[in-house]
Write a protein that binds this ligand. Structure first.
Ligand code: ATP
Length: 365
């Protein structure tokens, strides 16, 4: 087991035209499960490939434990990577696929290697597949073999690059739990890249959010959900996405009124957290999560009157698309079923409202 430290890690392509990873620093604790998430092209895979030794950084350092492995060849790093496309040898059996890395990286006897492969296969529930070839296996079975091949080597660090992307939704959920269980059982440090924020939130002890090669925020999933560092993180984490409203601000000592140009949003609060956050500003971006919006019984200063544009039933909840701002959604219980075109009053607890700088998007709350 080992810690992983990234120290101002940078990767440029095309003579610096593309900055794929922009001075990222990160400490991953011994035995920690860290998920790395962000939109396509944000530098997730490149970061992981540099940790694996498959890509050489332009500058910065990578440490595994105390050792600076920045210039160390991939094969000499004690990491095992699991890929989206499984990367199994088609002509080798499952037994041979799982044993191959062991043969290359250890000097165990053939008998001992076989024993280790069998033990791992049992742990993964694939002991009946040992004599089969990848072409005879389902996607889920192949991914189990790929996982087994990583586990059998007992590496210091597991690296996962979107390992579940090729599986159907149901199997993906099962495998998520399984990977978590295995990692917990084995206790190996793990770094798991995904573009799926839900996967990142449910699997990680800690989540790392990247955008344009830059680290936006890192923290426990609930911490990042509750206290996003900026509007990008607020919008990226959580589903449906956080609602944003760009508003002007008129603040007195004890109250603040937020009103947008279109006249659709008008909200007054005396909440100290919000009045404090906007002091000295005349415009901000408010962020309100769909699950924090309620339909009020009666109008008041802290309610917003609006029109229901779409009612989208999703089982236990209804998503009400409201004319409060562009793409503004309230996630309400399914027994709240207004008709399209109805006028409703909606509200939210001031403590659930996030305030972001109108230009930089940095959180002010
Ligand atoms: P995805 O989720 O789509 O896989 P990602 O977050 O993993 O995206 P990377 O694959 O790390 O992103 O790519 C980051 C940036 O670096 C992108 O702009 C990509 O086009 C660029 N890039 C990656 N590899 C190379 C390469 N070998 N040559 C040139 N540009 C590259």
């Amino acid at each position: 087991m080992a810690t992983v430290t990234l120290d101002t890690l940078r990767k440029e392509f095309d003579s610096g035209q593309i900055v794929a990873v922009d001075d990222v620093s990160l400490d991953v604790g011994d035995g920690e499960f860290v998920t790395v998430v962000g939109p396509s092209g944000c530098g997730k895979s490149t970061t992981l490939r540099m940790i694996a030794g498959l890509e050489q950084p332009t500058s910065g350092h990578i440490y595994i434990g105390e050792e600076d492995v920045t210039g160390v060849h991939a094969r000499k790093r004690d990491v095992a990577m699991v890929f989206q496309n499984y990367a199994l040898y088609p002509h080798k059996t499952v037994q041979q696929n799982m044993g191959f890395g062991l043969r290359m990286s250890t000097d165990l006897s053939k008998e001992r290697r076989h024993e280790r492969v069998r033990e791992t296969a049992e742990m993964m529930g694939i002991e009946d597949l040992l004599d089969q070839k990848p072409g005879e296996l389902s996607g889920g079975q192949k991914q189990r073999v790929a996982l087994g091949r990583a586990i059998v080597r007992e590496p210091d660090v597991f690296l996962f690059d979107e390992p579940l992307s090729n599986l159907d939704a149901k199997l993906r959920t099962t495998m998520r739990t399984e990977i978590q269980r295995l990692q917990e059982e084995i206790g190996t440090t793990a770094i798991y890249v995904t573009h799926d924020q839900e996967e990142a939130m449910t699997m990680g002890d800690r989540i790392v959010i990247l955008k344009d090669g830059q680290l936006q925020q890192t923290g426990a999933p609930t911490e990042v959900y509750r206290n996003p560092a900026n509007a990008f993180v607020g919008g990226f984490v959580g589903s449906p996405s956080m609602n944003f409203v760009e508003t002007g601000v008129e603040a007195t000592r004890s109250s603040a009124t937020f009103a947008d140009e279109s006249g659709r949003f008008d909200y007054t609060t005396t909440d100290e957290r919000l009045t404090g956050a906007v002091s000295g500003r005349d415009a901000v971006t408010l962020g309100i999560r769909p699950e924090d919006v309620y339909v009020a019984d009666a109008p008041g200063e802290d309610t917003v009157e609006t029109t229901v544009e779409v009612v989208e039933p999703v089982g236990a909840d209804n998503y009400l698309h409201l004319d409060v701002a562009d793409d503004f959604i309230a996630r309400v219980d399914s027994d709240i079923e207004p008709d399209v075109g109805d006028r409703v009053h909606v509200t939210f607890d001031a403590s659930d409202v996030h305030v972001f700088d109108a230009t930089s998007g940095e959180s002010l709350t």
